[in-house]
Write a protein that binds this ligand. Structure first.
Ligand SMILES: C[S@@+](CC[C@H](N)C(=O)[O-])C[C@H]1O[C@@H](n2cnc3c(N)ncnc32)[C@H](O)[C@@H]1O
Length: 259
């Protein structure tokens, strides 16, 4: 069993809507609409415990999952949703040792999930054109403890990818088609290209470039996630859902195409 230490990040849950990610610092109080919690009182106690606020309201104290970190990212950009991230990790076959190029870093939501998958022997090389965005991402990744598996660099990725023989290239930026050629150069044979784009015309331009180079298994998908409310006599899909995030295009690099 792991006990809570000074400086640990915790995920404090009141209910489905009121939940918070924060750092445990002795002497600090965490204020909520349900009263405050003395953070120092949590040290030495087990994750999973219940803590009572100054107004007598009960909260669960959990260890943040990567999913919680993604949903609670400090953000200056749109971030990828867990539904898309989970598919990306499988499609790119990430595991310990994988070497991955990513652009843009954005708020670092995907970067954290990928770093978590490639540790302890892999690396995420993540580029962004905006210093302001990457600073926020660096803070998020640092808090998650995953920075040893991430290298951040400010770079316009349309000007080229400096890495060679990587296992996967992932693009979440406005003009992915401008990076397809250098993605082919950077990938090891059989490596995976992926891009995320909110609009169909971006997908069409990216696919046209993929078709002009030695890539196979070129496909685009869209994922729709529907949550189910489960309660006696009321079990059915929720009326609200995220209608659209973006399309995921993927392909595999080959050395040459058959006639
Ligand atoms: C939607 S955000 C990426 C979000 C990220 N996937 C996440 O989950 O947090 C897009 C990022 O691409 C960056 N970007 C746009 N054009 C770029 C380029 N040519 N080279 C590198 N980064 C670029 C933007 O600055 C922005 O931070």
């Amino acid at each position: 069993m792991t006990n809570i230490k000074e400086g640990d990040e915790i995920y404090l849950v009141f209910d489905h809507k009121q939940n918070y990610k924060l750092k445990v610092v002795t002497g600090e109080k965490f204020h909520t609409r349900k009263g405050f919690i003395e953070l120092g009182d949590l040290i030495g106690k087990p994750f999973g415990m219940v803590v009572t606020s100054s107004l007598g309201m009960a909260f669960y104290v959990l260890k943040p999952l990567i999913r919680d970190r993604v949903l609670k990212t400090d953000r200056r950009t749109q971030v990828l949703y867990p539904k898309d991230i989970s598919y990306i990790l499988l499609q790119m076959d990430l595991g310990s040792g994988s070497q991955v190029v990513e652009a843009g870093t954005g708020s670092g939501a995907l970067t954290m999930a990928m770093a978590n998958s490639v540790r302890p022997n892999g690396m995420i090389y993540s580029y962004d054109i905006s210093e302001r965005h990457q600073k926020v991402a660096a803070r998020n990744i640092d808090k998650s403890g995953l920075m040893p598996w991430v290298e951040l660099e400010i770079k316009d990725i349309t000007k080229g990818i400096p890495n060679k023989d990587v296992d996967a290239v992932f693009l979440d930026m406005s003009q992915p088609w401008k990076v397809v050629r250098s993605a082919w150069d950077a990938l090891a044979g059989s490596g995976v290209f992926m891009s995320f784009s909110p609009t169909i015309d971006q997908v069409m331009k990216t696919t046209e470039m993929l078709n002009s180079l030695p890539f196979i298994e070129i496909e685009t998908i869209e994922l729709l996630l529907r949550e189910i409310t489960v309660a006696p006599n009321k079990t059915r899909p929720r009326t609200q859902m995220i209608g659209h995030s973006g399309y995921l295009t993927s392909a595999r690099k080959v050395i040459e195409l058959l006639e």
